[in-house]
Design a protein around this ligand. Sequence first.
Ligand code: MN
Ligand code: MN
Length: 267
Amino acid sequence: MYHHVKKLMYTVRVDRPDPAFGNMLLEQFGGANGELAAAMQYSVQGLNCEDPERKDLLMDIGTEELSHLEIVGTLARMHLKPMKTMRAAAEVDPLIAIAGGGGVNLFNSVGDAWTADYLKITGELDVDLRSNIAAEARAKIVYERLINFTDDPGTIDTLQFLMTREITHMKAFTAALESMGKPAFSIGRIPPTPGLVDQFFNDSTGIGDCGEPDVRGPWNEGGDWELVTAPAFKEYADEQAGTRSQQARTTDGHAKAGNGSSKSSRN
Ligand code: MN
Ligand code: MN
C-alpha cells in the first residue's frame, strides 16, 4: 500500500535556475541509473522475494527511492522553469520546452524515454542484491558528476544528500548479501566444473608494437589460478604457417589445415 505525504524527504532549494543543468538532472529522474529505475527495480524484486527479512529491506529502499524521485524531479523542475517563458532557455531543450511545457517527464538527459529495460530483476535474491550494489555505485557516481558541474549551493546541498543515501543503500545491500551466508562465488545450485573454473585464459596477447604487455595479478595468479596461454592458438600451434615452427609448412609453402576443429569433445 502506498501513501503520499505532501512533504519532501529533503528540502530543495535552488539559488539560481540553470536550464541546461536541469536537463542534465533528468538523467537521475528518467535515466538508466536514475531514481525511478532504482525504485522500480527494488520494489519489483521485493514483490518477488520470498525471504521476508530481505523483502522488507527491498521494499524499504524501493520506497525511499520514490522519495528521491520526488526530490530530483522537484530540483530539475526548478532549474527548467525559465523554459516556460524565456526563448533562450527554451532553446536549451525544445523537447522539454515545447512538448513538456518546461516541466519534468520520464526522459533521460538526451530525451530518451524511460524503459523497463533499465531494470535488473532475475528472481534470484543474491543475484539481484549484487545488481543492486552495482546500481547504487552507478547512481553515486552520476550524482558526483552532477555535483561537479554546478556551482549552485542549494543544488549541491540536495545532490549531496541524494548521493550520500546511495552509499547508505550500497552498505545495506552488501550487508544483506553477506548475511545470506553464501560463499562468494556460489550462484544458483549447479556447481561450476572443477578445474575449468580456475583457468584464466590469456586471450589477448602481444607485446610492444604488437599490443600491450600481458599482466599478471590476483585475477590470474596465486591461489587456485591456472594461467592458460593463448587457447585460440593451441590446436594450430604446430600446424599453421606463420604461427609456430617451420616443420609445420608443407613443401609448397602453404599451411596445413588444423585438424582439431572437426572433433567434438562431447563424442
Ligand atoms: Mn536514490
Ligand atoms: Mn539508492
